[in-house]
Design a binder for this molecule. Structure first.
Ligand code: AMP
Length: 214
């Protein structure tokens, strides 16, 4: 299946994408992860993307399209993929449709993770990654034993560079202005399936599965 996950930053897209990877046996393609890898390797593309990423703004469409094109040429996406964090505006959605039409592999579904905007802020400001296990945790919502397990393993709970308050506000603003209109775009295309993203990871994962089966 070829799936797009749509949702505000903090709606649980990354976590649910990982669940879908396990359930569907197809890879997650996250433009955020791909861009962070470019940054880490200090590639020309990564360096060009850095200022916008640090500020929580969208990276130029041309750069994102370049990395997505490269990624969708790989063998492991032949049977499908879960797009997480792409498209994020109308231009990217049209680019994606064109790209997939060229290879005659259109999208099967767009899953919208629907969530209360107030909860989002807590999810984003509380998000940490364990430096040892790589597990994504939240100081407000994760069970204390999971947080303790990271420390017991000798790890630290690290912020992502773009998880500070100003950047978070920018990212939510960008979502409202540029990404939210994609809900209507995909609804009119008959691809949209709305999933209630409130509740535990397992509950939301179950709803995602039901939305895909329906
Ligand atoms: P994410 O991990 O998806 O929250 O992405 C982190 C940052 O990478 C975003 O705040 C943007 O600066 C950049 N980014 C990721 N995906 C895109 C995209 N599709 N278009 C433009 N910028 C993106």
């Amino acid at each position: 299946m070829r799936i797009v996950l749509l949702g505000a930053p903090g709606s649980g897209k990354g976590t649910q994408a990982q669940k879908l990877v396990a359930g569907q046996g197809i890879p997650q393609v996250s433009t955020g992860d791909l861009l962070r890898a470019e940054l880490k390797s200090e590639s020309a593309l990564g360096l060009r993307a850095k200022t916008d990423m640090d500020a929580g703004r969208l990276v130029a469409d041309g750069l994102v399209l370049q990395i997505i094109e490269r990624r969708l040429e790989k063998d492991d996406v032949r049977n499908g993929f879960i797009l997480d964090g792409f498209p994020r505006n109308r231009t990217q959605a049209e680019d994606l449709a064109r790209l997939l039409a060229e290879i005659e592999k259109p999208l099967d579904a767009v899953l919208l993770l629907d969530i209360d905007m107030e909860i989002l802020s807590k999810r984003l400001t509380g998000r940490r990654t364990c430096s040892v296990t790589g597990k994504v945790l939240n100081i407000h919502f994760s069970p204390q034993q999971d947080l303790d397990a990271c420390i017991a393993a000798g790890g630290e709970l690290l912020y992502r560079d773009d998880d500070n308050e100003e950047t978070i506000a920018n990212r939510l603003g960008v979502y409202q202005e540029q990404t939210r209109p994609l809900i209507e775009f995909y609804r009119s295309a008959g691809l949209l399936r709305v999933v209630d993203a409130m509740g535990t990871v397992e509950e939301v994962a179950q709803r995602m599965q039901e939305a895909l089966d329906s």
